[in-house]
Write a protein that binds this ligand. Structure first.
Ligand code: GCB
Length: 601
């Protein structure tokens, strides 16, 4: 696998990008022979020529809900995808050709024309390989992907596979969202010159009205090169340039900079500049060029607050999922733009990418709108802790930070959701996880989202910001909404007192069936959800007076699919929007609060 940068494929004067999205062929091996594809060398054949049922599968999409066959929805193990594509003759000796997947869930192997080009494990993260020497130029090529959704004790996240009475394998897991799988994000083929820009790392800072952009360029080159870095504002005006020495690192000063501000904290939140990076030969010829959007802002924190550009922020938003009807976790542009419009409408300024990294295309919109992101790695509900798992957990963080390090929207790293941190084994495990995050990025605070009781947690001592989830009026005291203010204030205060750090309530909420009305409110009704929220708001207002409480996130932005269980009616219904993104009464209620909070700031 490629160990360099993972820059998003962007066309430029020196780079071409071709999408391999579209309709692929899809085959599920026979249940009695899960390794059929390997035994029969499917990667060397066209799936369409096999003597077995071939489905048409859209890419990107999860495969689970596309067909009408429950055996595909609930399949455990390998599935196979392939398609043909052309590579233009003009790409021959163009330099390098790369193949990049936005993500494949969970593990995958990729072949080009029958030759293995890469393998990757862990969903929700991009991976790539150089495929220059595997391609046929000016001819048709074949790409084959084997994808395995199996979750075991040594995967991130963990799961269990059991054989039931009929001999069928069944996947179980304790996390509360459907284990969607497949090629769920875009697949791209792109070119770079032979000598090319491999990675860019940006750290920004602010001082009164001056912005600082610290840049570091990694390039691969067999010849002597210099770097020219130019910062361009939204109007296309050059506001700063690197010095004449052409070093691959430096600091640019931007007088009277437009800072990146969170949504509703400024008239033009999410201001982005373009950082244009050029690799030049010693004669001054352009070798490679890449343009990276960046925002200028600072993040700092104390034991009671979190600051953007030295101004304290109060986070008000939600936990979310990448989830929708039919496509599952597959990237869908109409859906992400709808979500973006709903986020603006409801007046949220933040969300957590619960419980895995979201698509880069979604993150781009957060950068642009000024939404503050708590960027979560794919570790959710970890129950067993051991070294080989720790290695994978760290890998997922390495890949996440490599992908998102330049995003102004990312203001915090979440290293896990609801691990079983009451076990002593979790202590050293999470110390190592947080040390690892810090070894890669010291500019952002860390958190671990806790569900254990304050006094039995071994992880919050390592993080910068304490996060907890609690379902008062739902999993505890269901039906007794009056306990909420007391309990929430007491618990948040206890977290602060124990760890002396800022505190965020990362989840609270209750399942609500849209259209179910009761007066007085009764569990599952729209009225109950609204009242549950009001009682929390009362607690949050009290907590804000105390000075250490820095954020409230309702669970969840929208209803989403889960595994089949008797506690979930068509999935988790704690959304303030339905699964098809229409408001429940709670969305209107939340909107009033979030806009009022915004005007308060
Ligand atoms: C939680 C989990 C989240 C669940 C939620 C619920 O604590 O973090 O993934 O969906 O509770 O609704 O049970």
């Amino acid at each position: 696998l490629h160990h360099g940068g993972i820059l998003y494929p962007r066309p430029s004067e020196t780079r071409q990008v071709v999408s391999l999205d579209g309709l692929w062929n899809f085959v599920v091996p026979k249940p009695n022979n899960p390794l059929q594809g390997f035994d029969e060398h499917w990667y060397k054949k066209h799936l369409k020529d096999l003597d077995t049922e071939v489905h048409i599968m859209p890419v990107p999409s999860s495969y689970n809900d596309i067909t009408t066959n429950w055996k595909i929805r609930d399949h455990v193990g390998l599935v196979w995808y392939d398609r043909r594509f052309f590579v233009p003759k003009s790409w021959y000796q163009i330099g390098r050709v790369w193949l990049r997947f936005g993500s494949v869930s969970y593990a995958s192997q990729v072949w080009i024309n029958g030759q293995l080009v890469m393998s990757h494990e862990i969903g929700h993260l991009p991976f790539l390989a150089e495929v220059t020497n595997f391609l046929k130029y000016g001819k048709e090529n074949l790409i084959t992907v084997a994808c395995d959704n199996t979750l075991l004790s040594d995967t991130v996240p963990q799961g269990k596979v059991e054989e039931i009475e009929t001999g069928r394998l069944v996947q179980s897991y304790s996390f509360d969202f459907f284990n969607y799988a497949g090629i769920d994000r875009p697949v791209t083929l792109y070119t770079t010159p032979k000598n090319y820009i491999d990675d860019i790392t940006i750290v920004t800072d602010v001082d009164t009205d001056v912005g600082y952009v610290d840049y570091k360029i990694n390039y691969i080159s067999e010849v002597n090169v210099t770097c020219r870095v130019t910062l361009i504002d939204k109007k296309g005006i050059i506001v700063a340039t690197s010095d004449e020495y052409g070093e691959p690192y430096g600091i640019m000063e931007v007088p009277k900079a437009n800072f990146w501000w969170p949504y509703l904290m400024d008239a033009s939140p999410g201001y982005l500049y373009t950082l244009q990076v050029e690799l030049l030969s010693e004669y001054g010829d352009l070798i490679d060029k890449y343009s990276q959007p960046i925002g200028i802002r600072s993040i700092s924190w104390t034991n009671t607050s979190l600051m953007i550009n030295n101004k304290p922020v109060y986070l008000h938003g939600f936990g979310r999922h990448e989830d929708s009807d039919i496509r599952g976790r597959g990237l869908d542009l109409p859906l992400i733009i709808r979500d973006y419009n709903l986020i603006k409408w409801v007046g949220a300024n933040a969300y957590r990418t619960s419980h895995y990294p979201y698509a880069e295309e979604i993150m781009d919109l957060a950068d642009e709108l000024g939404i503050m992101i708590i960027d979560e790695c794919p570790s959710v509900n970890t129950e067993l802790f051991f070294d080989s798992l720790l290695v994978k957990h760290k890998n997922s963080i390495t890949e996440l930070i490599k992908r998102d390090k330049n995003r102004p929207s990312v203001i915090m790293w979440s290293a896990a959701n609801e691990p079983r941190t009451q076990f002593l084994l979790a202590k050293n495990y999470f110390k190592e996880v947080i040390d690892h995050v810090k070894s890669l990025d010291v500019t952002r605070p860390t958190t671990i989202v806790e569900a254990q009781a304050v006094n039995s947690v071994y992880s919050s001592e390592f993080v910068d910001i304490v996060s907890f989830n609690r379902y008062n009026g739902w999993y505890s005291n269901g039906g007794n909404l009056d306990v909420i203010p007391l309990n929430v204030v007491a618990e948040a205060t206890a977290w602060h007192e124990k760890f002396n750090k800022p505190v965020i309530m990362q989840e609270y909420g209750g399942d609500t069936l849209e259209g179910l009305h009761t007066s007085p409110s009764f569990i599952w009704s729209e009225e109950y959800q609204v009242e549950l929220m009001s009682r929390h708001f009362q607690a949050f207002d009290e907590l804000r007076e105390k000075g250490f409480f820095i954020g409230e996130f309702i669970w969840n932005f929208a209803d989403f699919k889960t595994a089949q269980t008797y506690t979930r009616v068509g999935g988790n219904k704690k959304g303030i929007f339905t699964r098809n993104r229409q408001p429940k009464a709670s969305a209107h209620h939340l909107r009033k609060r979030y806009w009022a909070l915004a005007h308060d700031l």
